[in-house]
Design a protein around this ligand. Sequence first.
Ligand code: NAD
Length: 297
Amino acid sequence: MSILGLKLGFVGLGIMGAPMAAHLIKAGHDVFLSTRSKIPAELLGDKAHACTSAKEVAQKADIIFMMLPDTPDVATVLFGDAGVAQGLSPGKTVVDMSSVSPMDTKEFAQKINALGCDYLDAPVSGGEVGAKAASLTIMVGGPEAAFDKVKPLFELMGKNITLVGGNGDGQTCKVANQIIVALNIAAVGEALLFASKAGADPAKVRQALMGGFAASRILEVHGERMIKRTFAPGFRIGLHQKDLNLALQGAKAMGVALPQTASAAQLMQVCAANGMQDLDHSALVRSLELMANHSVA
Ligand code: NAD
């Protein structure tokens, strides 16, 4: 059967899931939708069908995508009451695009495989902007045949799509991504704070550095947010804390030290303790500002 003939499901229609599902609908697929919050009205139409549970989505769709906040949410949607597992039949494919625990993902995959279905972990990077522009980076773990089947659908949502390895390896790759992003945000925050306290204009400093060796996407996007104080998410501090906890838990289990990751996690904890867990992760600079008693802007 051509990929266009396959029916799709999408569970979790938040900041990321809603625009990602919209791309699948726009491409002409029948998409069955379910989410805990209200299904965004702009998604519904001839090709988009509201369902009352994840079970109903799994009954009606051949390939079921999930884009949920955290590991317990994925466990609930998969194996809870009226969950995906209750609606599956052999031959279907479950694709988890949330960023969740690599270890738990391996267990989820085994339980779904036992039902005669394939499982792919396929977390993304690129944020809300990438989700809307269909330019996400997608890091996939799972069997090659399932990856090949779903790849044309990934291509509707993203650009840089890599089969990293077996189940769990996509999530491991995403944790590595989040370590790099968090440490870069902390570096940009410290640099702009230093420059500002020294009396230089942080906007000019950012502009100058964008042409040199310190240039980065984080200096560009998050640096601008720090200067303009645009801390509406984007990517919430609470979600990035979840990802750094996955890194630190994994490191502890493996006996590996990640000192810079631990430090960035502490800075995010300062933000959360001061009521900023729902601000964009660029607001990490606020923790540095509190310690310095000085604001970048
Ligand atoms: P979000 O909180 O905006 O959306 C999550 C959605 O899941 C909501 O619509 C919520 O109603 C739904 N949901 C939660 N529990 C549910 C349940 N039990 N049953 C059905 N629906 C449920 O989160 P988001 O920003 O879209 O992030 C989703 C995932 O993508 C997270 O794992 C996050 O780490 C990852 N991610 C986010 C970004 C970003 O920039 N926002 C970037 C890359 C990856």
